[in-house]
Write a protein that binds this ligand. Structure first.
Ligand SMILES: [Zn+2]
Length: 278
């Protein structure tokens, strides 16, 4: 999503200690060292990075060069809505037309529920896919809590999980989306409780809804989510997966965690999602 998500995790990795005990982050730290010696193999099936943001540090030509070098196809996303570049049909049409010259999939990453009211169906239908996460929680006072920010406070883990599950269900059931991004990500204060908080009823509920709505699950390179157990449970339920870096720079199309999960969970082409929209 925001460039600051990448900055936050990289800063954390560099400064080390703060999150070293949190599963997903210690995993990320371990991966840094591991990566030098044992880069997991690129899967045998065609790979696409469906979560690439163009930015001042990543032009379309730079992204395509990285994809070519790494043998990875690209899906480009942009945020619609207030505070973001795409607010009208004309904006969206210009964005789609601008990318159609290139061999990429064209996607959208809405942030706030109800985003689609600003656009008409004929324009939306031209997109290859819509990716949405559940990382921006509505507060009772009408403000929003971006849970990926490092200073996110959580007083009560169970109360948080209930609110979070509500938003996840809302995103999966009321938004017309193709890919659920950042699945099972937990804010920093809860990261080390990943396996306790993601109880079987909770993971099964997410998987059940995603399956019924034919929504695919993003394996997120940046946050190292979801974990192996979730992927295996989803795979057995018949869910489809995508890989995403959520990058705005040279990290585009660079996979370690996704390839590692593909190997550990024996994912094949049949487990991977592909866009139906042309
Ligand atoms: Zn993003």
């Amino acid at each position: 999503m925001n460039s600051s998500r990448r900055t936050f995790i990289e800063t954390t990795l560099l400064s080390g200690a703060a999150l070293a005990t949190a599963p997903s982050f210690s995993h990320a730290l371990g991966a840094k060292a591991e990566e030098l010696s044992t880069q997991p193999p690129k899967p045998a099936f065609p790979v696409t990075d469906y979560h690439v943001h163009l930015s001042p540090t990543l032009s379309i030509d730079q992204a395509l060069a990285l994809g070519k070098e790494r043998g990875v196809h690209l899906g480009i996303v942009e945020h619609p809505g207030q505070g973001f570049p795409l607010n009208t049909d004309a904006d969206l049409q210009k964005y789609i037309d601008g990318l159609r010259k290139y061999p990429v999939r064209v996607g959208l990453q809405p942030v706030y529920p109800g985003w689609s009211k600003s656009f008409s169906k004929p324009v939306l239908d031209q997109l290859n896919y819509i990716l949405m996460d559940a990382l921006t929680l509505p507060n009772p006072d009408g403000t929003w809590l971006p849970i990926w920010q490092i200073d996110t406070m959580v007083d009560d883990a169970e109360a948080f999980m209930q609110r979070y599950m509500q938003l996840i269900e809302q995103v999966l059931t009321t938004e017309q989306i193709d890919i659920f991004g950042w699945p099972t990500f937990l804010p920093v204060p809860l990261a080390r409780q990943y396996s306790e908080l993601w109880t079987k009823p909770r993971t099964s509920r997410i998987i059940e809804i995603a399956k019924s709505k034919a929504i695919s699950i993003e394996i997120n390179e940046l946050a190292h989510v979801p974990d192996e157990n979730f992927i295996l449970e989803g795979k057995h339920a018949g869910l489809k997966f995508t890989f995403g870096t959520d990058s705005r720079n040279q990290h585009a199309a660079h996979f370690y965690y996704c390839y590692q999960m593909a190997q550990k969970c024996a994912l094949t082409e049949t487990n991977m999602w592909a866009p139906k929209r042309k």
